[in-house]
Structures are given as structure tokens and as C-alpha cells.
Design a binder for this molecule. Structure first.
Ligand SMILES: [Zn+2]
Ligand SMILES: [Zn+2]
Length: 259
């Protein structure tokens, strides 16, 4: 076996092991009718990680809001010459259409316009501005549950988004529950970080009743292609990436420190 294919096989084994351990330890949890806020760094994260939860909550009549930090305008950087504004507006449209499949209305969706690939990190120049802007929105929405990318989601924008949310909700003066969701963790997590991840309570929510709608919403994001290069607007995702989001349940981590 050549070193390259050995490396590839080892990565596959690592991903399967991490996926298996996390799913094995997850405990079943019930969906509540409490209002929900999802923070998505890019359009598609909300559907991959929380599409089932969104649809279930909407079906129950719960208030659901999705805040997109960026338009995802950098997904064709280094690919083709399509202007980033054009990519951003296509991805905004796809977010609205995929959201509709899950029951979201246009008034449930909010855009923060942060730079894709450069969501401010703590101590970065625009961090406080991002926190302030989100705080205003959260004060308005007053969600009972907030879902945000895991702070170890192994993608810089996702981890930065997680930090912004945790900073934002520190001083909120009402009760809310914070959960982390995995997206890139399934693909990129290193084994040495697994013990730390497992310290948090892992829950699984049965989404069997809405799984087909979630799959349709995912397909919608992936099947609309940029005519300039023939690739999906969200960019080419790695092989096997979407497999983690096809299950009849979704995995979340309950934050140890609540709001
Ligand atoms: Zn993302
Ligand atoms: Zn392209």
C-alpha cells in the first residue's frame, strides 16, 4: 500500500471511530416546544446539523429563528471568477428555499453580513461589534434554546461563531439553554481531542418523522450549481461529508455552562 492511500485509510478509520463513539454515547432527548434560535456561520450549516430539529419545532408551532453570520460568499474563492456578491446572493436565496422546505418563513431568517472565512475571533478588531449586533438580535428574539457550532468544530469560522455566541449570552437576564452542534467535527476532529469532546453531555433527537424533508433541504443546497464552474454554490464538500447528516436522529452537545 502506498503511503498516500495508507494515510487516506487511516483518516477513514479515525472518522468512523469518532462518529461511532459519539453516537454510542448519545442519550435520547425529547424535543420541546420552546422557542429556538440557530446560529449558522454559513448557509447550509443549519440544515446539515439542525434541519430535523427545525422542522420538528416548526411542526409543533414553536418559534424558530435562524441567524446566518455570513452569506457564504467565499465558497468559490480559488475556484472560478464568479463575483463574491453573486455567490452570496445565490446562497441567501438557497437558504430561504431550503428553509421553506423545513417550514421557515422569511421573517424567521436573519443575516449578520460578517465576512465569510474571516468571522472575527476574540481580541480581533470586529469581535465586540459582532457581539453587540448579535446581542440586540437575541434581546429581540428571546429564544429559550440556542444552538451554535461546537467550540471544537474544527473549522475556524465555526469556532469563532461559537465564541461570539458564548460571549453574547454571558450577561443575558433571562433563562435559556445552550447546545453545540457538530458539522466539521465529524470530518476533521483529531483523536487526541475526543476525550475533551466526550466530557459534555451528548444527546440525540429522533427526527425520523421529518428526515425526508431534511434530506430534500440538503439536496436543494447541493443540487443548484454555479453555471460558471458547474459546482454547487456551497462549494465542493469532501467525499463522505454529507453521510454524517443522513441519520434519523441529530446529535447535540449540551453546554456545561448555561446562560
Ligand atoms: Zn459552515
Ligand atoms: Zn466555482
Amino acid at each position: 500500500m502506498c503511503p498516500l492511500s495508507l494515510n487516506y485509510s487511516l483518516k477513514k478509520v479515525r472518522r468512523r471511530l469518532i462518529d461511532g463513539v459519539i453516537r454510542f454515547l448519545a442519550q435520547p432527548a425529547e424535543v420541546t416546544a420552546g422557542s429556538l434560535l440557530i446560529i449558522a456561520p454559513h448557509p447550509d450549516d443549519e440544515v446539515f446539523a439542525c434541519g430535523g430539529l427545525i422542522a420538528l419545532k416548526k411542526d409543533m408551532g414553536a418559534k424558530v429563528a435562524v441567524v446566518f453570520f455570513t452569506d457564504g460568499e467565499a465558497s468559490h474563492k480559488g475556484c472560478c471568477n464568479t463575483a463574491s456578491e453573486k455567490i452570496g446572493s445565490a446562497r441567501r436565496r438557497l437558504a430561504a428555499e431550503s428553509g421553506e422546505i423545513l417550514g421557515l418563513k422569511s421573517e424567521d431568517i436573519f443575516w449578520q453580513g460578517l465576512p465569510d472565512g474571516n468571522i472575527p475571533e476574540r481580541n480581533g478588531p470586529d469581535f465586540n461589534k459582532a457581539v453587540e449586533s448579535l446581542r440586540k438580535l437575541i434581546d429581540e428574539i428571546k429564544p429559550y434554546e440556542i444552538y451554535v457550532p461546537h467550540y471544537r468544530d474544527c473549522w475556524p469560522d465555526h469556532e469563532a461563531a461559537s465564541t461570539i455566541v458564548r460571549e453574547t449570552i454571558k450577561p443575558v437576564n433571562y433563562q435559556c439553554e445552550l447546545y453545540y452542534y457538530p458539522v466539521w467535527m465529524w470530518h476533521n476532529l483529531r483523536l487526541r481531542l475526543l476525550p475533551e469532546i466526550l466530557k459534555t453531555k451528548i444527546i440525540r433527537i429522533d427526527i425520523g418523522a421529518v428526515l425526508e424533508r431534511k434530506k430534500t433541504a440538503i439536496d436543494h443546497y447541493l443540487s443548484v450549481l454555479n453555471p460558471d464552474c458547474g459546482k454547487p454554490y456551497c462549494g465542493n464538500l469532501p467525499e463522505g461529508f454529507t453521510n454524517h447528516f443522513q441519520y434519523a436522529y441529530e446529535i447535540f452537545f449540551r453546554a456545561e455552562k448555561q446562560c
